[in-house]
Design a protein. Structure first.
Ligand SMILES: Nc1ncnc2c1ncn2[C@@H]1O[C@H](COP(=O)(O)OP(=O)(O)O)[C@@H](O)[C@H]1O
Ligand SMILES: [Mg+2]
Length: 326
């Protein structure tokens, strides 16, 4: 356990009635690129905040670099780099000034700063732009600068909370190429969160989180293999009757997900022709897909990540409406 970069035991965070993190356990070995995948509100940021000593756990323990996040806060802070979900750069300062400020906050020895500053800016391909005001940076450049800043004091563990949120797909993929380069070229452990399934694929291992709990943890391939079924989604004239027919004729347990009748079946290609022949319901369209991480999420939680996000957005909307009525 002392060898692990991160070790978490029975970690809980409650905010009044809300159990943001409901007792999680996991370990991340040194040098691993480890991800937390889950919908908005799953408890990912709260977990990061506890590991980074910004939020005190309600119960349980966590160690980062072998240090206790509660009783050895300062040691933990010295050993980690953190990139928040929301940007914390000063737009009125240049890229270089932002990094110098950080070096001072971290008490980096003056004589080490120039070389390291150049190193991290070159790593993120921002060295040529070091004199530019951050306000003039694109979203992707800001993210890269934040990652450079997180690396400046040579942390052993780098935490990235939703590093690509709000970026366009092309910029997201460029940020990922930097993250993967860090993984292979730097001696560092990376812990990141995302609600993008396609991005979680890049992690060596992922924990899937839902409503404060880890519902599954393994490599992306092992998780997908554990589902063992293809996903079939059909658009029909009558969803209720289709669900009944699937149960009665094929013994399949279907649900409505993303407004389509959805179920899992082994060897989907062979099943689809039978479906048309034997279902006895009008089928407008069929969509067949190999198990994805979303299917893993679905097989453990009974809903897709997108539906989970939609329902948490609905809850927020309902709460907002209730507030307005008061
Ligand atoms: N400071 C806080 N006070 C009250 N509730 C909070 C606070 N921070 C987070 N929560 C709640 O905890 C749950 C998990 O939030 P969070 O960790 O931000 O999820 P994620 O990062 O996975 O989207 C949510 O229901 C959120 O509203
Ligand atoms: Mg978050």
């Amino acid at each position: 356990m002392q060898d692990a970069a991160i070790s978490v035991q029975g970690l809980v965070k409650r905010y009044g009635e809300i159990e943001a993190v409901a007792g999680i356990e996991f370990e991340v070995p040194k040098g691993e690129l480890f991800g937390f995948l889950g919908p908005n509100g799953a408890g990912k940021s709260t977990t990061i905040s506890m590991l980074c000593t910004l939020v005190r756990p309600t119960a349980g323990r966590a160690f980062v670099g072998g240090y206790d996040v509660v009783s050895e806060r300062d040691a933990v802070r010295r050993h980690i780099g953190l990139v928040f979900q929301d940007t914390t750069l000063d737009g009125y300062l240049s890229a270089e000034q932002n990094l110098r400020l950080h070096a001072e906050l971290y008490g980096m020895p003056r004589e080490h700063v120039p070389a390291r500053l150049q190193e991290v800016l070159e790593m993120m391909e921002l060295w040529e732009r070091r004199k530019t005001l951050v306000n003039h940076f694109s979203g992707g450049m800001k993210r890269r600068l934040e990652i450079a800043r997180g690396l400046l004091h040579s942390p052993r563990v780098l935490f990235l909370d939703e590093p690509t949120i709000g970026l366009d797909p092309q910029t997201r993929s460029s940020i990922w190429s930097y993250i993967r380069r860090l993984e292979t070229e730097q001696d560092i452990t990376i812990f990141l969160t995302t609600h993008y399934m396609d991005e979680a694929e890049y992690c060596r291992r992922i924990a899937i989180m839902d409503r404060g709990r880890i519902v599954a943890l393994d490599t992306p391939d092992a998780l997908k293999a554990s589902v063992g079924k293809d996903r079939v989604q059909i658009h029909t004239e009558n969803d209720e009757a289709t669900i009944v027919a699937l149960r009665e004729r094929f013994g399949l347990d279907a649900q409505i997900a993303e407004n389509l009748v959805t179920f899992g079946v082994a060897e989907g290609e062979q099943f689809v022709p039978r479906l048309f022949a034997e279902l006895g319901q009008q089928i407008r369209s069929v969509n067949l897909s190999r198990p994805s991480l979303d299917d893993v999420f679905m097989s453990y939680t009974g809903k897709t990540i997108r539906d989970a996000e939609a329902s948490s957005t609905d809850q927020l909307r309902q709460m907002a409406t209730m507030w307005k009525r008061r």
